[in-house]
Design a protein around this ligand. Sequence first.
Ligand SMILES: Cc1cc2nc3c(=O)[nH]c(=O)nc-3n(C[C@H](O)[C@H](O)[C@H](O)COP(=O)(O)O)c2cc1C
Length: 210
Amino acid sequence: MEPRKTKVLVVFYSMYGNTAKLAKAVAEGAQQVENVEVSLRQVEELIPKEIIQANERMRKVKEELRDIPLVTDKDLVEADGIVFGSPTRYGNMAAQMKNFIDKTGALWTQGKLVNKVAGVFTSTSTLHGGQETTLITMMIPLLHHGMIIVGIPYAIEPRLFSTEVGGGSPYGASSISGPNSEREPTKNDLEIAKTLGRRVAEIAKKISQK
Ligand SMILES: Cc1cc2nc3c(=O)[nH]c(=O)nc-3n(C[C@H](O)[C@H](O)[C@H](O)COP(=O)(O)O)c2cc1C
């Protein structure tokens, strides 16, 4: 009998589109693994509509992301692997992502996310503006949920040795968007993000088929 498809969920928040680009690369990487089904979802926005409408850049990004559905608890429960992406805010995840995670209390009490495989990714404006602190602190609630966190080993992803300006770390995928958040993820950043997606998918598949 054909084994059931492994489900990977990529869930993100993005204000200026950089984390969204990484999310798509993570999803693409996960999709490269055979017999894996990938869903891309975003979390609820907390910024008032009138503020978004008044900002051309934010309005344009919202428009581009319009067709990506909002994540639900059902998406989380059904997934075997979940990759979470958030821009950095003062060295931490964005409130929008934290708000979403804080609403998973019922799943936590029931242990619904125990043993699901997880990974994280982020985008910052600056080189040393908190990529690692964001990635690591994003992992903390996931550990409370009993998720199995997967990083990006140097042995699997030699692009992590690059000394060019760019993202990517053993803790998760990332990009550096510059002071106006206009510097898109580089080719390396996107490849590293794909590696993260592939890795979460491969490990989730192994665990879910046991
Ligand atoms: C309130 C706020 C706080 C931020 N904090 C940081 C920070 O601590 N370090 C940093 O390098 N960039 C920081 N940024 C910049 C964003 O992390 C950066 O623009 C990121 O690439 C945005 O991702 P997005 O394009 O997916 O929205 C901050 C931006 C805002 C609006």
